[in-house]
Design a protein around this ligand. Structure first.
Ligand code: NAD
Ligand code: DAU
Length: 339
């Protein structure tokens, strides 16, 4: 089995590549543009493995994608690459629309012309928009996105479905809740709060901090994707949730308590425009069809994550200074560019 992973230098994609190399005998090709979110340091553990290959390229570049598929002929594509941050999508929607919509179209269309046997599209619970308590969104919930990010993910999610319905491309879509864990870029809530707490800097909480998110440990997400990839049915959507919905303020307080820092570091700041109040997912379908379930309980996962950031403060410092971007030149020197 050979898989093409897009966005494999990001937070979740790199965890998925490490897991695929470490726990299967698959060959993995990683196509990534190395935007600010792509960090090849996350993949140092698989560098040099003969089953792993990195290709530097843009999923919007149809020629490059076509040439990779012609050369590699992967059995499956696992499509992570996206502009993933809601706040950035509000400040600057253009790259988000380009990569998430046009890039997904490029990947789907290339898979169609090459007859790729499986296309797994990594989507998000944000496509359902805010979900009123006490409901948990099932896969049958209407799509009701709020931000340029979630609208672009809803569009790409539906495009994936259209490629199944129209062209019978064997597509599976997964919609996951908020991930956390090692190697997450410190712009997202949990790593930002950990990094700031460690430096005794203010922890910015948007609005009243009572927005609810469902937290999923990144390895549980990757196992859910593997389960959907191997056992999911063509044309189906599978939610992947952590089954742990918490208000942001409670998450921030837990971070401070585990890091041994005072709550006086919390600073309430202006709310995010269009901020969804609550996400909550039912993952019954994936659990019932594949036997997958989230294994990491939130307190253990959070403690492990804080320990990882404490032990890897040079990684955080290199990300914050931009120095991490030198890894590509130093270790690959332009030898892996997609043409
Ligand atoms: P990330 O921002 O950490 O990584 C994105 C990766 O995609 C980076 O390596 C980046 O370089 C690459 N990329 C961006 N534009 C590209 C392009 N045009 N061509 C090739 N590569 C490009 O994202 P993440 O948090 O790891 O999320 C991965 C996927 O999972 C995304 O599709 C996201 O929507 C989805 N998702 C994320 C979460 C979450 O909590 N982070 C939850 C559910 C779903
Ligand atoms: O739900 C899945 C989604 O989770 C993914 O599709 C996205 O790619 C991912 O970025 C994430 O989106 P969120 O907007 O939920 O994540 P973020 O970490 O940006 O914010 C989590 C919550 O914390 C949200 O309610 C906003 C709030 N927040 C965030 C930041 C960065 C704060 O209060 N302060 C902050 O500084």
């Amino acid at each position: 089995m050979k898989i093409l992973v897009t966005g494999g230098a990001g937070f979740i994609g790199s965890a998925f590549v490490r897991m695929s190399i470490g726990e299967t005998d698959w060959r993995v090709v990683n196509l990534d543009k190395l935007t600010y979110a792509g960090n090849l340091e996350n993949l140092a553990a698989v560098d040099g493995n003969e089953r792993y290959r990195f290709v530097h390229g843009d999923i919007c570049d149809a020629r490059a994608v076509d040439s990779i598929l012609s050369e590699e002929k992967p059995d499956a594509i696992v499509h992570f690459a996206a502009e993933s941050h809601v706040d950035r999508s509000i400040l600057s929607p253009e790259p988000v629309i380009r990569t998430n919509l046009h890039g997904t179209f490029t990947m789907l269309d290339a898979a169609r012309s090459h007859g790729t046997a499986r296309f797994l599209h990594v989507s998000t619970d944000e496509v359902y928009g805010s979900v009123a308590a006490p409901l948990d969104a099932t896969e049958k919930f209407p799509l009701n996105p709020s931000s340029p990010y979630s609208a672009s993910k809803a569009g790409s999610d539906l495009l994936a479905r259209a490629y199944f319905v129209t062209y019978r491309l064997p597509v599976v879509v997964t919609r996951a809740s908020n991930n956390y864990g090692p190697y997450q870029f410190p712009e997202k809530l949990i790593p930002l709060m950990i990094a700031n707490a460690m430096e005794n800097r203010a922890l910015p909480v948007y609005g009243d901090g009572m927005q609810v998110r469902d937290w999923l440990y990144v390895e549980d997400h990757c196992r859910g994707i593997l389960a959907a990839l191997e056992k999911g049915r063509d044309g189906e959507v599978y939610n992947i949730g952590g089954n742990r919905s918490l208000p942001n303020l409670e998450v921030v307080r837990k971070v401070l308590s585990l890091a041994g820092k005072p709550e006086s570091l919390i600073e309430y700041v202006t709310d995010r425009p269009g901020h969804d109040r609550r996400y909550a997912l039912s993952s019954e379908k994936l659990m019932g069809e594949t036997g997958w379930r989230p294994e990491m309980d939130f307190e253990t996962g959070l403690k492990r994550t804080i320990e990882w950031y404490a032990a890897n403060s040079p990684w955080v410092a290199r990300v914050r200074s931009g120095e991490y971007r030198a890894y590509y030149e130093k270790n690959y020197g332009g030898r892996t560019v997609a043409r």
